[in-house]
Design a protein around this ligand. Structure first.
Ligand code: SAM
Length: 294
């Protein structure tokens, strides 16, 4: 891939988040949340998975970097920087940073935030300055050629003896693969039924919703697997793979149902993940990658 197409990808990603991803569709809910399972049945599990980040971060310090912060969209995200003097939010989307500022306030006016438009693969910070670093669901928006560089940048700005936490989905999860076929079949059935119902009740349902649903295509995403990570990044720095969340949103929506013990099932799954964090992280959908600096 040449430099021009890499720049184009970043411009497209930025435009997507500025114009679509970080537009609010409800109070405190962004269009981007359609990639998450926000149903009450999954809430406890999703929240606990978000909080796993805290287990690997230094609980306090001077500056914490949130690389690709977005608007700090979930309340649990605030916990990561609770013990820090400042949370530095870096993002290529100015809309993300404006929303994040509303959430945590600006250091210059008594809040906790500092806000920098920046590219995670070329961070404008000195080395060793952050006591904690998080980067969630961001590196996957870079061209694959820049993934390793982004990890190196997060590591470079991290202070010695501290940890960075990176979360990005795997390209392919062996655990999720087992469940995909039935989901595909179920979705095809559902689509067919919906198409039939929609054609009969289109006018009625639009009037009842009081709004028109916007469907968008999403933006550029490029993922890798554990072998790639160990080879390209693990050879340059010390890293460990834990579990963030072993199941995808697709899995949750298909298998976790409120009236069929969904909450209970998710509690069992969470316990399993806690018991086998490395296995579930490597083979599940979302690893939590810890970079430790000596
Ligand atoms: C999926 S969102 C995740 C936001 C937040 N970390 C979270 O977990 O809710 C990805 C974020 O990364 C930002 N982003 C994408 N490419 C970036 C880059 N090259 N440098 C910095 N931020 C980037 C986007 O603007 C967006 O806010």
């Amino acid at each position: 891939m040449n430099a021009n197409s890499e720049i184009q990808i970043k411009q497209d990603v930025r435009q997507f988040y500025d114009e679509i991803g970080w537009q609010e569709i409800g109070e405190g809910v962004y269009q981007n949340a359609r990639y998450e399972d926000l149903r009450p049945v999954s809430l406890e599990y999703i929240n606990k998975c978000h909080l796993r980040v805290c287990q690997h971060l230094s609980p306090d310090g001077r500056y914490m970097l949130d690389a690709g912060s977005g608007p700090i969209q979930y309340p649990e995200y605030l916990e990561y920087s609770r013990g820090y003097q400042a949370r530095v939010c870096a993002d290529i989307s100015i809309v993300a940073l404006a929303e994040a500022r509303q959430r945590i306030g600006d250091r210059t006016s008594g809040g906790k935030g500092m806000f920098v438009v920046a590219d995670v693969a070329n961070l404008p910070f000195d080395q060793d300055v952050f006591d904690g670093v998080v980067s969630l669901h961001t590196i996957h928006h870079l061209p694959i050629e820049e993934h390793s560089q982004a990890y190196q940048e997060l590591y470079r700005v991290l202070a010695p003896s501290k940890s960075a936490v990176v979360v990005n989905g795997w390209q392919d999860s062996s655990i999720m693969r087992m469940f995909v076929k039935p989901i595909k079949w179920k979705n095809r059935m559902r689509k067919n039924i919906k198409r039939i119902l929609d054609s009969s009740f289109r006018d009625l349902s639009t009037a009842q919703r009081g709004s028109t649903q916007v469907t968008t295509k999403g933006t550029f995403v490029n993922k890798h697997n554990a072998d790639w990570l160990r080879r390209e990044v693990g050879s340059l720095m010390h890293l460990e793979i834990y579990v963030w969340r072993s199941v995808s949103v697709r899995f949750l929506r298909a298998y976790i149902l409120p009236n069929l013990g969904g909450k209970w099932l998710l509690r069992q799954l969470y316990q399993l993940e806690e018991r086998f964090p490395h296995f579930m992280g490597e083979h599940g959908q979302y690893p939590l990658i810890v970079l430790k600096k000596n």
